[in-house]
Design a protein around this ligand. Structure first.
Ligand code: ACO
Length: 330
């Protein structure tokens, strides 16, 4: 088996900042409620940027940081639940825009855990020797599936994209990963696609209009998240010889500060180990972890040899975590 290293990160976020006070003008909410229940102060919302455009921006930024050209890519995976089109996939559209003519491309949907799923899939291709270099992108425009009259969800979600480049390397950068799902709890977080509709359907009930928006049972998602986050973190350490106290940084899915604090408490860890940028970006689903990863990398928060855990949960329900050794730098 080959080693896999993370060799570059990137991100792209819309310019438009929407504050809690801005939202209080359109739904019955307040900065105080949103801040105290979620930790979110503001978020970026598309004023026309598409999921593909955000993904392309993140891809370019990651290639630049990895100092490779798009033609070096063997694989592009885009994790998204908000593609612009059923066809072509977002990954194929990214391929076209950046000129990654040698890459196999596909999208993957594991909701907010999508980026960890994408890294996991890409890592298997590199470990087995089938591919050498892969680009994994988490890109979302949640604002287009958000009901802007529903105060229980519109204060949470946001738009953005982040990316990472993985490559076969000398050192073991990706040390371990786990992914999993619990489809039995899928009803907690839903967003319908098109219902069956064709010439041969005579039963009118299938033509009834369905919601186009995200529905969330916040309490159930909360309970799931505070249980699986600590479990996932501990599972990535199993059999590695690395203990929790050796970990330098944990980058959690940025859904809710209370969930992150609860996970830290369960693990008896100082909350400062968990990187948090959700006060500025809200919940960007599959984009939240790579945006945070890129922000930390660009701010030189990692030094060579640092041990980092990425951990997420989301619709499906899905969960996952990955243990990485930072192999870049001096
Ligand atoms: N502003 C003001 N009041 C609100 C708002 C709002 N934006 N939203 C809900 N309320 C009200 C409710 O109507 C309710 O009022 P009522 O008691 O009169 O009925 C009251 O506040 C309490 O509502 P709850 O839903 O019980 O509030 P809770 O304390 O559970 O907080 C929250 C809601 C923040 C969503 C919480 O359940 C949570 O964090 N859940 C996890 C959600 C999450 O992280 N989702 C994302 C993960 S998956 C993904 O990333 C796609």
């Amino acid at each position: 088996m080959f080693n896999v290293e993370l060799i570059g990160t990137g991100s792209c976020i819309p310019e438009k900042v929407v504050t809690n006070d801005d939202l209080a003008k359109i739904v019955d909410t307040s900065d105080e409620w949103i801040t105290s229940r979620t930790g979110i102060k503001e978020r970026r919302i598309s004023t026309g940027e598409t999921t593909t455009e955000l993904a392309v921006g993140a891809a370019r930024s990651a290639l630049e940081s990895a100092r490779i050209s798009a033609e070096d890519l063997d694989l592009i995976i885009v994790a998204t639940l908000t593609p612009d089109d059923y066809l072509p996939s977002t990954a194929c559209q990214v391929q076209k825009h950046i000129g990654a003519d040698n890459a196999a491309c596909f999208d993957l949907n594991a909701a907010c855990t999508g980026f960890i799923y994408g890294l996991t899939v890409a890592s298997q291709f590199i470990r087995t020797g089938m591919y050498k270099t892969a680009l994994v992108i988490g890109a979302e425009e949640l604002s287009k599936i958000t009901d802007w009259t529903d105060r229980t969800t519109c204060v949470l979600f946001a738009d953005g994209a982040g990316a990472a480049v993985l490559q076969r390397g000398e050192q073991q950068g990706i040390i371990s990963e786990i992914i999993g799902s619990d489809g039995n709890k899928g009803d907690c977080l839903t967003c319908p696609a098109l219902p069956p509709r064709n010439y041969f359907i005579r039963d009118d009930s299938t033509k009834e209009s369905r919601s186009e928006y995200v529905y969330m049972n916040g309490r159930e998602v909360y309970k799931f998240a505070v249980t699986v986050m600590p479990e996932c973190i501990l599972k990535t350490l199993e059999g590695t010889g690395i203990s929790l106290s050796d970990i330098d940084h944990i980058i959690p899915h940025q859904a809710n500060l209370r969930i992150i604090d609860a996970a830290a408490k369960k693990l008896n860890l100082d909350a400062s180990k968990f990187y948090v940028n959700l006060p500025r970006f809200g919940n960007t689903s599959g984009a939240s972890i790579p945006i945070a990863l890129d922000e930390m990398a660009k701010a030189n928060r990692f030094k060579k040899g640092d041990l980092i855990i990425l951990v997420g949960f989301g619709g499906g329900l899905t969960y996952g975590a990955m243990l990485i050794k930072w192999t870049m730098g001096e």
